[in-house]
Design a protein around this ligand. Sequence first.
Ligand code: GLU
Length: 448
Amino acid sequence: MAQLDEKLEGIYQDVLKRNPGEVEFHQAVQEVLESLGPVISKNPEYLERKIIERLCEPERQIIFRVPWQDDKGQVHINRGFRVEFNSALGPYKGGLRFHPSVYLGIIKFLGFEQIFKNSLTGMPIGGGKGGSDFDPKGKSDDEIMRFCQSFMTELYRHLGEHTDVPAGDIGVGGREIGYMFGQYKRITNRWEAGVLTGKGLKWGGSLVRPEATGYGATYFINEALKVRKNSFEGKTCLVSGSGNVAIYTIEKIHQLGGKCVACSDSNGIIVHEKGLDIGLIKQLKEVERRRIADYAAYHKDAKYIPGGNIWEVPCQVAMPSATQNEINGKDAATLVKNGCTAVGEGANMPTTPEGIKVFMEAKIAYGPGKACNAGGVATSALEMQQNAQRDSWSFEETEKKLENIMKGIHKLCYTISDEYGDPGNYVLGANIGGFIKVADAMVAHGLI
Ligand code: GLU
């Protein structure tokens, strides 16, 4: 990876000291700072006003107890988080993650990424993230409801359509947003649609929001392929994960003429050379909440490999859509060796710094998460627009807006990478493009 500019090195060392043990947060900060050297040389005002130090310190961090009872009456205590990172461009916006790996370092990395991602969308949204170390796996519907209600009983006081607007992330989908919305409404006595996004279609949700992250990531890579006079047509693709992002990435790849041959969950991978049956995956995962292993029972020519490494399956396009640090240096080298020419991140920070280095050196089209997966939060902002207008738009109209937003993000990242002397380096383009808007708003707002 690029070396840190010496003026930024001190800032980074300070971040390490002030946030001990939060390795994912350190990683996310380092990746952004590595791109900012040329920006601060051009505009020393950012340094004088300590914009970067201020950006690395969340405006507010909330940590709270979440007690709940399981179906047997046993009491459990989880930890809840909301990190309200930066509100220079709008109310804090970002998802909630329910996963046993969640701790402050994970929420801070996600919140930090969200600032730049949200800025890239061009919509008026600041950056935040939250969640809990609660494990939804194997929980009954009633247990999920009780947990969500307890979580919201504390969180509600920090939220509001002009203050902080959560949505889903890993472990939080339409069902959880529903329970949290209900509890918010009950406590506040306000039917305030704009307080959460990812709502159900019948009560304030937006069409295309479920599809948006996956569709958006695929649109981004489609643009990157176009720059290289290429397309998805006939390409063999891999999509890791099998959750919301993965499902709609596979669907859009197929619509654009590509063939997705493998996906995964935390237990193993499914390889189906003929192309994945997206209808079956939706049924298994979205309706029946089952594991991907069950796919093989319906397709005799598909192979389930317990504990398999999806990145060893040869492909031309890879879309990591599961979780952070799922592609290491070795995986990246395998992908490149097998002929992969484009990687689009549907997940947040799925590639380790070593992996990114491999992609950069190979000069493949590499779309970092904060640009490539911004379609999800962008469509959340479209949901907020519809809520504010007390209106709802058609699928076609909303999808067209999403497509245009992704084209716009791609163009912005490309133009900036070109301006800074490395055309097609989307890491540089996304980090600088996301940063400048936030930094300028922070300068305008004075020392706060
Ligand atoms: N969790 C998603 C993300 O990583 C969506 C956030 C939102 O819609 O607010 O961007």
